[in-house]
Design a protein around this ligand. Structure first.
Ligand code: FES
Length: 248
């Protein structure tokens, strides 16, 4: 199952209500994970089971009785007696609005994209019921960004990047390399390997593939997949030395 945020261990249990269903989870658990434990599902792009929650994509908004606004479920911890609503009309409207902004600055080449049918952006756009984009398609940002093909194992296509920072956090938390960062702001923000003009090959990157594994689109994609398509079977490894996938 995909719980959205990492498991938390605690001797204290907290009981809350999510969409009318009671659920009990360890204290410190996020609302997103509690919703998954209760059998629900909240749209998300920047949260994963194995990376610290970051709260950047704003797709996972929920409503909580007694709380102002619409907090991100991936960064909001549960509290005793909390009443959470994850599927209201207001939330559906907000999530579609957020997704519109992502799609307005994303190439619409899904049918020929190497991530077609294996793309979280595509899945989440469908999950929030996106039908139209009021801001036009294919914003200027991605058209100007060249692909960084310097690494022998994977390419970085900035046009497909949604700057969720999952790659940056995987590089830090999974591999401990700290080779990646986010530069700039707004439409000018982009993932960068090293400082300014450094490409992946000349950066501190050790080619472990943790960033490729974490990417929710095809912005970071193995060259082999781009060239010959998805394999029928895959082994996941975060080892920098080989791709066998041993576990220790
Ligand atoms: Fe919560 Fe992105 S999944 S803000």
């Amino acid at each position: 199952a995909d719980f959205g945020t990492p498991e938390v261990r605690s001797d204290t249990q907290v009981t809350l209500e999510i969409d009318g269903r009671a659920v009990t989870v360890p204290a410190g658990t996020t609302v997103m994970r509690a919703a998954a434990v209760a059998g629900g599902s909240i749209p998300k792009l920047c949260a994963t089971d194995n990376l610290k929650q970051f709260g950047s994509c704003r797709l996972c908004l929920v409503e909580i009785d007694g709380m102002r606004g619409t907090p991100a479920s991936c960064t909001t911890p549960v509290t005793e007696g909390m009443k959470v609503h994850t599927q209201t009309e207001k939330l559906a409207r907000l999530r579609r609005g957020v997704m519109e902004l992502y799609i307005s600055d994303h190439p619409l080449d899904c049918l020929t994209c190497s991530a077609n049918n294996d793309c979280e952006l595509q899945d989440q756009a469908a999950a929030v019921g996106l039908r139209d984009v009021r801001y036009g398609y294919e914003g200027a940002h991605h058209l100007a960004a060249p692909t960084d093909a310097s690494n022998p194992y994977f390419d970085f296509d900035a046009t497909k990047c949604i700057v969720c920072s999952r790659c940056v956090r995987a590089c830090d938390e999974v591999q401990g390399t700290l080779a990646l960062t986010v530069e700039g702001r707004g439409f000018g923000s982009q993932i960068s390997a090293g400082v300014k003009s450094d490409d992946f090959l000349s950066s501190e990157c050790v080619s472990c593939g943790a960033c490729v594994q974490a990417c929710p689109t095809s912005a970071l994609m193995e060259k082999a997949v781009t060239e010959i398509g998805k394999p029928e079977r895959a082994v996941v490894t975060t080892c920098a030395y080989c791709g066998v996938g041993c576990t220790f």
